[in-house]
Ligand binder design. Sequence first.
Ligand code: F6R
Length: 363
Amino acid sequence: DKGNHRHFMQKEIFEQPTVVAQTLGRLLDPNTGSVRLPDLPFDLGSVKRITIVACGTSFYAGMVAKYWIEKFARVGVDVDIASEFRYRDPVYETGGLALFISQSGETADTLAALRHAKAGGQHIAAVVNVPQSTMAREADVVLPTYAGPEIGVASTKAFTCQLAVLASFAVALGRAKGHVSEAEEAKMVADLERIPSQMAKILHHQEDLVDIARKLAKARDILFVGRGIHYPIAMEGALKLKEISYIHAEGYAAGELKHGPIALIDENVPVIGLAPSDGLFDKSLSNLQEIMARKGRLILVSDHLTAFTENEMHGSFAMPSASDLTSPFLYALPVQLLAYHTAVEKGTDVDQPRNLAKAVTVE
Ligand code: F6R
């Protein structure tokens, strides 16, 4: 049932405050200000390196997790797409931790990678949305997302619920490793608990994205750029847009543009810049200026829109200010909504895009 939404995808985008709260609710204890993970069959404090493997949108959640885990827990993380990982002869550390992320828990490549890592003596953790799935059964420990059934082929609420689990995991690991103090943990838990209401506020402004989507619908190529933890969100935005609107889109690390992709930029190419006013803001601004100098059409998504004048920009969307811990949850929303409204504008089959299946159970 789509309720009063036109598509399942839209319904699922709007469910995010609820399902992220549900997922966080299983992991955070507001009374003690601490994270409570399910019982682990290994000692979190002795984890030395983590291998994360997934496909598609779940892979981008893994990339976000890499930034969090390295920053908060100082544990090195390798992230790879399953179809490459399993055929690459990966090197396992004895007793290492391998983490698999999958909405369906059935994706053939991710499942094969899980079995490979298990045979390689790794502890196996799985972040899955379907509790009775094969990956949930075969993992040593399941870190469930509580997104509820996701019907739209393009993943939305499963992604932000994966982020909820991974953020909580990163904080717990940081604590176990002694890099996050009790007070810092309490502050992070409080920040995480504010996310659902912040998400609801952003969703409330979806109309502001409809005009931008109308412009995007006319484009042939679109770039999404971000830095740091917003780089995977840029890639997620490009994936979402291409899969449902069929417009060619790429996500790039803003600092990488000048190494090639900037050659694509002209007055016909919209560039969606994800640029929160964090420690990388000045760097992002100079990258966005380079784009505008080549007549690229900047659409700025930021909490600091005054960095450019209205005339300089092709469009903009105002964000609340956020920390590295909370910001990926929030920036995921405008990129999902831009993809959604662009697809609606183009008249594509949003919930059942061509050539795609909800669970990819073949290699
Ligand atoms: C994109 C999308 C796919 C899936 C990918 C992995 O919107 O839905 O990229 O994320 O096929 O699927 P799961 O998470 O079920 O392993």
